[in-house]
Design a protein around this ligand. Structure first.
Ligand SMILES: [Fe+2]
Ligand SMILES: [Fe+2]
Length: 231
């Protein structure tokens, strides 16, 4: 059983601790890895203002966007989980910063920015403990997302890479992460309306975000907005 399948099973099981299957040693190993990753997700969610729901929405919409650009089924499974882990590096950021109500000082902002490198390093380390296969591919993808999801398409951000040098998966997640953060309640701001968030994403197309992906995202999110009044 792969990590991805173990996660799917955990989500659908009534009692995920006692799965109704007999696992061999390798499968138990994968299951344990899945539990560990989920525990990391839980920890990341609990130590930040962002919620499990935010992570789940970012994962789900990343998967839908990857489907819209024609990626294969394995890729869709991988990006859903990998995108959920985008802010896992906040585990390494001091609690008082994660819980701060007001604006950050310059120094605090620099400290917060470290979560991309921390997250990338955590996931690279996790990857080294998993043999090649779907799970390893998922963690490689998760590392790219965690490390580069705050890059700017024009190169004006932390790591200074631009355009297609930024991994595709990170360019996808960066749009969805910002849209979802804007439309969510935060301790320092009210939730923006769908229209306001869409306006912001459009205004940053080509500077912060990949313009081709922005078009695909807007098409997708407008349809979701019409079909689902929770977005
Ligand atoms: Fe982030
Ligand atoms: Fe986020």
């Amino acid at each position: 059983m792969s990590l991805i399948n173990a996660l799917k099973q955990m989500e659908s099981d009534v009692d995920p601790v006692l799965p109704m299957v007999v696992m061999n040693e390798a499968e138990v190993d994968s299951y344990v890895h899945a539990v560990s990753i989920l525990q990391l997700v839980d920890t990341a969610a609990s130590c930040d203002q962002e919620t499990h729901e935010h992570m789940r929405r970012v994962g789900d919409i990343s998967m839908e966007m990857a489907a819209a650009i024609g990626m294969h089924d394995d890729f869709l499974d991988e990006i859903r989980i990998a995108a959920m882990l985008h802010d896992i590096g906040k585990i390494g950021v001091p609690q008082h910063l994660l819980r701060k109500d007001g604006l950050f000082t310059l120094e605090e902002r620099q400290e917060m920015k470290r979560h991309t490198s921390i997250g990338g390093d955590i996931l690279a380390a996790a990857r080294r403990h998993i043999p090649s296969g779907d799970d390893a591919d998922c963690l490689v993808m998760a590392e790219k997302i965690a490390r580069y999801h705050h890059e700017y398409y024009n190169g004006a951000a932390d790591h200074g890479i631009a355009g297609r040098a930024i991994p595709l998966v990170a360019r996808i997640v960066s749009i969805i992460d910002v849209y979802d953060a804007l439309t969510s309640m935060r301790r320092y701001k009210r939730p923006w309306t769908h229209r306001e968030a869409v306006g912001f994403i459009k205004s940053r197309s080509g500077d912060q975000f990949d313009p081709g992906l922005v078009e695909i995202f807007l098409d997708l999110i407008e349809k979701k907005h019409h079909n689902d009044d929770t977005i």
